[in-house]
Design a protein around this ligand. Sequence first.
Ligand code: BG6
Length: 494
Amino acid sequence: KRPPASILFIFGGSGDLNYRKLTPALYNLFLDEWMPDKFAIVGIGRTEYSAEDYRSHLTEGIAKFSRRKEEQNGHYKQFFEHVNYLQLDAGDVASYQRIADYVQQKEQEWGVHPNVIFYLAVAPQLVPSIAQELGTLNLCKDKSTTRIVIEKPFGHDLESAHELNALLSGLFAEEQIFRIDHYLGKETVQNILALRFANALFEPVWNRHYIDHIQITAAESVGLEDRAGYYENSGALRDMVQNHILQLMCMVAMEAPVSFDANEIRNKKVDVLNAIRPIKKEDVHEHAVRGQYGAGWMKGKQAVGYREEKNVKQGSNTETYAAVKFYVDNWRWEGVPFYVRTGKYLHQKSTHVTIQFKEAPTYAFPSEAAESWRSNRLTISIQPEMDVRIRFQAKRPGQTMTLDPVNMTFTYEGSDDHTPEAYETLLLDVMEGDATLFMRADQVEAAWKVVMPILDTWETRIPQDFPNYAPDSWGPEDADAMIARDGHSWINLP
Ligand code: BG6
């Protein structure tokens, strides 16, 4: 069933996110006949564009970044008939009237009261003032049909996130606010819930009695990509751990929801965040490692070090790698370490979760039968591979009792064309008013709370060894040492 008539205003309409992600996602929803029968998309920006130039600019974005790029049967034309551009200075209060006028005009033309969605794809410092203006517009009074979508980063730390939440909650009802974490829209991330809670097989062993430890890796093979303006104020912990990685951890660690109600799922997730053992400032060095890439070679190409990237401050201490060891203090997870890591310019692009099970309690096999007895492992590959692998011991055919680890794999491979991008799923949910995959105010703050001791400690202690890893490596040695102290090593996918 298609969502009801909707008008989407995209602040930052001339920006990169819209060009690369939002418009291509909307275009794919259109191709799949998920867009409402009546819809309008209005880019809002300061750049001057005629409607025609704006459309051809976005057509280029689709041609480059959409999962289906090709023009067929006049689809581009049909889609872009719904796309317009409003040149508007978000700082100029008077110009917001034009938004209200546009809505009124569409309402008359369509003869229905549409959803009105404001997507803020703008720099974080612009969010409060735009929200303020929108909140006071008369058309935002209808809580069931007006929505505001906020991109990450949501705040810079716990305090600023709290302030932003306070501002938003003074202007909108919580059910109107959609805080995006695009990882939650990924098919393979949603599949974690299916794997865990639609099967009876895994849940009985999904706890401290059978699981030795859990690893979450979000490795990127790209570097800074010319984003110093944003990244210099962020770093890997804020950019990836506070949001994407902690959300993955919630999916893996949460208790079973009793329904798919948005608040039920989010309650269960926030329980995980609240159960994460606070890291004492004096223990940060044992629980967290940061890194920054130096100059070197990345897949045969020369790469400059982070500090030499365009617009990066001289001698910058921004981390491009972070690894953290967490514990979740509840009945299910007590004593089970969660090792998480992320970084830029790592050897391989790979996001995956590994559940490492404990060894079998005793072995009747000769000791030389297997190289490792820690063979039971479940790996959920989020991207670029999209699969679930279960590793177990099997007898190697032959006259001796020799065991080898083998994998049983379920893969989404080959369904790339049919697999919606995260932003497709999330935009559709916004139009439908389903907030399950979005961050609630308390979730965002709970996640900030988890990382604050690390951020605070890192801010006051200057790293002595930056840059401390080379492009195309697996990050700093200290991260290997951290996990090795517990007798483990990082698991990379073959
Ligand atoms: C974004 C970060 O949120 O996620 C980027 O700001 C990062 O630094 C990106 O590259 C990774 O997203 P994906 O979907 O490519 O894993």
